[in-house]
Design a protein around this ligand. Structure first.
Ligand code: ZN
Ligand code: ZN
Length: 76
């Protein structure tokens, strides 16, 4: 993950990834979203149909963020 703590001023470039970077669609609470390893985030429609699960920014593979979150969690 890349953090730019000192990069204040520009809005909508960093911070919460709550919308698709391609079509600006805002994700709902239970809506699937897809992200690459650098946290470029896209909606399911863009990721699967337009981008073919390939990040246009870094050429990384887009994965379902809900599955990523599950993998990160350890069983309690
Ligand atoms: Zn989209
Ligand atoms: Zn990317």
């Amino acid at each position: 993950m890349i953090r730019l703590d000192t990069h204040a001023g520009e809005s909508d470039m960093t911070g919460d990834k709550t919308h698709c970077e391609r079509c600006r669609h805002v994700f709902g609470a239970n809506e699937p979203s897809y992200a690459c390893q650098f946290a470029c985030t896209f909606c399911k429609v863009c990721a699967t149909t337009a981008l073919h699960l390939r990040c246009p920014n870094c050429q990384g593979v887009l994965e379902d963020t809900r599955l990523i979150d599950k993998n990160k969690q350890t069983e309690n």
